[in-house]
Write a protein that binds this ligand. Structure first.
Ligand SMILES: *[C@@H]1O[C@H](CO)[C@@H](O)[C@H](O)[C@H]1NC(C)=O
Ligand SMILES: *[C@@H]1O[C@H](CO)[C@@H](O)[C@H](O)[C@H]1NC(C)=O
Ligand SMILES: *[C@@H]1O[C@H](CO)[C@@H](O)[C@H](O)[C@H]1NC(C)=O
Ligand SMILES: *[C@@H]1O[C@H](CO)[C@@H](O)[C@H](O)[C@H]1NC(C)=O
Length: 612
């Protein structure tokens, strides 16, 4: 090799070494076939589950028993909470076992969960500092244990309402009796029925609207004007305490957006720099890579929890990007899509930040064990230095998977020409997110209720116009995508890795028998059972994706939860003789959203359904 003279001798040596290392790292990750990678991921998850003594029902049990004590006016176990609220420590709520070798000593020395400066310093390293996997995970666990802000409130979700429990301080629970799922459901009902006997706020689960219009004013937000108004109030001495807090936040935020790096971080892992699998997992929650089917399960549960939370609290959000493409095909997220994206009007993100930033939402135990952390970035107020275009996240705290929330806003910035047909007409209002994705309000509003992952969500009015513009005319019709083939008859994306023949060779549109011979039967059965209710309903209602056939939301009802909770899935394999190695479950939605009459209009319709 010839290097220009300019390079020193040391560099001459260094460059080939660097080159070799890069090649090794690159090959490590790009040459493992996806089929094997998925098996390794599931194996790692099973092993992790076996090795860890963490049980997600433990924190739910502690929370429930605290609320039940309050309801029956029993004195509280002071390790769990006081009159004013519950204690919280991330160690009780997230499986931090990958950090045990570091944390155990601290747990022993300070049972309440305190840290010293040594571990706090270790935990404070920036997530974007590239290092090896184990070290990064250890730092994440230590970060949660010592540094991560504790939530301000926890929401309990029951069949009919949500009960808000304030968090009082940081402290580990200590001993708690773990309740079984059945006990948890009994406790949940007691809380649901008696929450009015407490001082806790409770809100009822609401029905979704068929159409939702949003005042254009909600897309206009000017932080500097807000600051100015509040400063005037301050000068006149008529500012309230909440307003003062808001003013201080806005001033802090205005400074921050100009110089801040990314607020929401993913872990930089040296062996992952090429494949980038960690880019879709939030730091510090990241502890392992998540397989495709586990991710589909997390998303299935998370989408319901998010839209329900937003609806109940009067926030409008709607699907966009990849999630919207997934919806257009068969009413579920595409299996290879790694996250969910939603849009909201900027003033609603602002309100959500003030009222609900830093909250935990506990899933209804009927469906699963998930807990979600809602975090609004302090950078939502302005465009700033362009580093931050995600304005909020709804994070599954045990996997680090999330829903990305972006605010749409109307500003003085001019939209590129020729985006939408009526762009230049007076009255057309253009809005954009901080990553410069533009929309006309006309193509968005009124939002429309529809079903995604079997639960109610909102989508924009004109989906096809948006998808055409952003992803091209065949973005929701092409059948080959990311090593998956969309089988129209089954309404299912089938990954090539489960099939002996690849892409074009596969007997598309032939009999199901053909597909079964060529593809893994167990996988097909399981996945089909999960998806077909969603895809059949989608097909029946949305043959034309912009003009659904009329239907009654009350009569349709929410579909059951159809994917097993991941922790339960691994538990069943590890401790129930492995005989339940299926993701399919059928947990009916009870309460306000259960359907009026049980009609199975679209289910079991076509002949093909019975052949597999
Ligand atoms: C809570 O509600 C249930 C059902 O309404 C009732 O039977 C029970 O007595 C109540 N429990 C307490 C502790 O008040
Ligand atoms: C939300 O809470 C987090 C954690 O406490 C904090 O860092 C962030 O600045 C808050 N965001 C807003 C909008 O207040
Ligand atoms: C959506 O936009 C397309 C292209 O602009 C237009 O042809 C179609 O009629 C629109 N659909 C609805 C429901 O407005
Ligand atoms: C919500 O829907 C249920 C049936 O699904 C119905 O019984 C109930 O009256 C509705 N509530 C409101 C407030 O419309």
């Amino acid at each position: 090799m010839n290097f220009p003279r300019l390079y020193g001798k040391k560099l001459k040596l260094f460059i080939p070494v660097l080159f070799t290392i890069s090649c090794i790292l690159f090959s490590l990750h790009s040459y493992i076939p996806e089929s094997i990678r998925q098996i390794i991921l599931e194996d790692t998850a099973l092993k992790h589950h076996r090795d860890s003594s963490f049980d997600p029902r433990r924190s739910t049990s502690a929370l429930y028993s605290y609320v039940q004590d309050v309801i029956s006016k029993r004195p509280h176990n002071s390790a769990i909470g006081t009159e004013e609220g519950i204690y919280f420590h991330w160690d009780d709520w997230v499986d931090l076992s990958p950090g045990n070798k570091l944390l155990n000593r601290y747990r022993q020395d300070f049972p309440s969960g305190k840290c010293d400066s040594i571990i706090s310093k270790f935990a404070s390293t920036n997530a974007f500092w590239a290092e090896f996997f184990d070290k990064k995970v250890l730092r994440g666990m230590a970060n949660l244990y010592c540094l991560k802000e504790i939530p301000r409130r926890i929401f309990i979700t029951t069949d009919d309402n949500m009960v808000e429990v304030p968090v009082f301080g940081k402290r580990r629970f200590g001993e708690v009796t773990v309740q079984t799922k059945r006990d948890l459901m009994d406790s949940m009902r007691i809380i649901q029925e008696n929450s009015t006997d407490t001082n806790f706020k409770s809100i009822l689960i609401k029905n979704y609207s068929a159409k939702l219009d949003i005042d254009p004013q909600e897309f206009i937000f000017n932080a500097d004007e807000e600051i100015f108004k509040l400063q005037e109030k301050l000068a006149d001495d008529r500012i309230t305490e909440t307003e003062l807090e808001y003013l201080e936040f806005l001033e802090y935020s205005s400074q921050l957006v100009e110089k801040s790096d990314r607020y929401f971080k993913y872990p930089w892992i040296i062996t992952d720099v090429v494949s980038g699998h960690s880019h879709h997992l939030a730091y510090p929650f990241f502890k392992r890579f998540i397989g495709e089917r586990e991710r589909q399960s997390v998303i299935h549960h998370m989408v319901r929890a998010w839209f329900q939370f937003a609806e109940m609290n009067g926030f409008a959000s709607w699907l966009n990007s990849g999630s919207l493409i997934g919806w257009a095909y068969n009413g579920v997220n595409m299996p290879f899509d790694t996250d969910v994206d939603v849009h909201m009007p900027i003033t609603q993100v602002d309100r959500m930040g003030r009222l609900f930033n830093n909250s935990i939402i506990v899933e209804n135990p009927r469906f699963g064990n998930a807990k979600y952390y809602l975090e609004i970035a302090p950078t939502y107020t302005k465009q700033g230095n362009g580093e931050n275009f995600i304005d909020g996240r709804f994070i599954d705290i045990n996997s680090g998977l999330y829903i990305d929330i972006s605010a749409l806003q109307h500003t003085d910035d001019k939209a590129p020409t020729g985006l939408v047909p009526n762009q230049n007409e007076p009255g057309t209002m253009m809005v954009h997110c901080k990553n410069w994705n533009w929309h006309s309000l006309d193509e968005l509003m009124p939002l429309r209720q529809t079903y995604f992952e079997g639960g109610s969500v909102y989508i924009p009015r004109n989906v096809s116009q948006i998808l055409w513009r952003k992803y091209g005319p065949d973005s929701f019709t092409q059948t080959h995508y990311h090593d998956h083939i969309f089988d129209r008859e089954m309404g299912l994306w089938v990954p090539n890795r489960y099939c002996s023949k690849k892409t074009t060779d596969r007997s598309m549109d032939e009999t199901r028998g053909g597909l079964e011979e060529e593809c893994d039967k167990d996988y097909l059965h399981d996945e089909y059972e999960i998806v077909h209710k969603c895809s059949a309903r989608h097909k029946a209602l949305n043959e034309d994706i912009d003009r659904p056939i009329p239907y009654s939301i009350e009569e349709e009802g929410e579909l059951p939860i159809l994917r097993k909770d991941p922790w339960d899935y691994y538990y069943d394999i590890n401790y129930n003789d492995g005989k339940y190695g299926k993701w399919f479950v059928n947990h009916e939605v009870i309460g306000k959203h259960s359907k009026k009459k049980s009609k199975n209009k679209y289910i079991g319709g076509g002949k093909h359904i019975h052949t597999i």
